[in-house]
Ligand binder design. Structure first.
Ligand SMILES: Cc1cc2nc3c(=O)[nH]c(=O)nc-3n(C[C@H](O)[C@H](O)[C@H](O)COP(=O)(O)O)c2cc1C
Length: 189
């Protein structure tokens, strides 16, 4: 593994999700693996326009020319991905879901994955609620959908009881920092 892209779906650059994703990046960097972190909130990405151009022409390309092109390029040149999102109303954030919908070019109509190579993906989720089972349905559905692109789903962390500025900061939750570090460390394995 040479390069891993880290996609962050939180609008907070210094929030719990970003801090945990940085731990995963640190582990990868210590293994000599380059990381590039993208805050999805910074990008101008439209939702999928359902034009089915990627299906009609059977190409792994999107007809909508916006900043998602940069993410498609990054995904293609990376050996792995870490997707980190807070839970908003039982699922991933709108920014993260917009990214997922725009991964449609990598899924054929008969659900045959089109992403070349054997890329791996792991996930970090953060939530306020202390019970990690609460949003498992939404989380599992999201990870399954990402896997339809052809990436193999490696691991995930659901970091609970977090609300920046309201609950104790994630920087004091060593067990979560350690788990996030392991998400990065174990991605190549
Ligand atoms: C609009 C909104 C919706 C949220 N919905 C949920 C939710 O359904 N369940 C939950 O446990 N936390 C929910 N939260 C809390 C966040 O998931 C939690 O604080 C998370 O750690 C924020 O990550 P961040 O610090 O990276 O922004 C919500 C927060 C916001 C702003």
């Amino acid at each position: 593994m040479k390069k891993v892209t880290i996609l962050i779906g939180s609008p907070r650059k210094n929030g719990s999700t970003s801090i945990l994703a940085a731990e995963a990046a640190r582990a990868l960097n210590e293994l000599g693996i380059a990381t590039e972190t993208v805050f999805l909130n910074d990008l101008k990405i439209k939702g999928c326009q359902a034009c089915y151009w990627c299906k009609k022409s059977d190409v792994a390309e999107c007809a909508v020319k916006d900043e998602m092109q940069k993410i498609h390029r990054l995904v293609q040149e990376s050996d792995g991905l870490i997707v980190a999102s807070p839970i908003y109303f039982s699922g991933v954030t709108a920014q993260t879901k917009a990214w997922l919908d725009r991964m449609f070019p990598y899924v054929s109509m008969n659900l045959v994955p089109k992403l070349p190579g054997s890329k791996k993906v792991s996930f970090i989720f953060t939530q306020n609620q202390p019970d990690e089972r609460l949003f498992r349905g939404g989380i599992e559905a999201f990870m399954y959908a990402v896997g339809l692109s052809g990436m193999s789903v490696k691991d995930h962390l659901i970091a609970c009881d977090l609300d920046a500025g309201i609950k104790p900061p994630v920087t004091g939750r060593q067990e979560l920092l350690d788990k996030a570090y392991r998400i990065g460390r174990d991605l190549p394995g």
